[in-house]
Design a protein. Structure first.
Length: 228
């Protein structure tokens, strides 16, 4: 019998390491909807509330919180319990005014931290750029968003976004402050020492000085967060 699209289910044993779940707590875990983040680097909102933040004891309580409009992501009210949440997102609760930022820990697993200023512009990596309708320059961001950009914005730069618009641009260049968002060195920070071009069999690399030594990682694993 022919398939009818991708599976709507996800077994815990097949879930990505990013979620860092208890594999034998149950057979299945809520599969995030496709869209904003890649499947390997996001978690559904209901799983986040229940298993990573501890604000709901079970799926029923998590659904109630979401359905009654108490949860927002990046300032937008969300009522979809499968809504994908990933690195850089801010989750806020209307009932107590608390906000949390989604970050990464060692080896690229999810980390949730309390956020004191959710309205502060956040740097997001640019992963794509193209010309849209009317000759507008559009940029694709690491969190899945597509917004109107500027001609000087290049892939691998970062942009500070506020209310869906580019506030400022951070260049991907030698001396820039950076943060590793994927790979073995996830959550480490430093300055860009050198960028090593790729070959037919290897992707471009970046050499980073962490202050305690230096290491290399893929350019796609790094996000610049400050000018030199």
């Amino acid at each position: 019998m022919a398939g009818k699209g991708n599976s709507r289910h996800m077994g815990r044993l097949a879930a990505s390491n990013y979620m860092r779940l208890h594999r034998k707590a149950s057979k299945y875990v809520a599969k995030p909807n496709p869209g904003r983040h890649t499947l390997e680097n996001n978690i559904s909102l209901i799983t986040l509330l229940k298993e990573k933040m501890g604000v709901a004891a079970d799926s029923r309580e998590a659904r109630i919180l979401i359905k009654k409009g108490d949860v927002s992501v990046n300032g937008k009210l969300v009522r979809d319990w499968r809504y994908p949440v990933g690195f850089g997102d801010t989750v806020s609760f209307g009932s107590n005014g608390e906000s949390y930022r989604i970050d990464v820990a060692r080896h690229g697993v999810i980390r949730v931290e309390r956020c004191s200023d959710p309205a502060k512009p956040r740097p997001i990596k640019v992963i794509g750029k193209y010309i849209g309708s009317g000759g507008r320059i559009m940029i694709r961001l690491y969190d899945g968003a597509v917004i109107e950009g500027k001609s000087e914005v290049m892939v691998n730069d970062s942009v500070n976004v506020k209310e869906g618009k580019v506030e400022s641009v951070i260049r991907f260049a030698k001396g820039a402050k950076c943060y590793v968002i994927k790979g073995t060195h996830s959550s480490e920070s430093g300055t860009v020492k050198d960028v090593i071009g790729g070959t037919s069999v290897r992707a471009p690399l970046v050499s980073i000085d962490s202050g305690k030594g230096s290491f290399q990682t893929l350019v796609e694993n790094v996000m610049v967060i400050g000018e030199q």
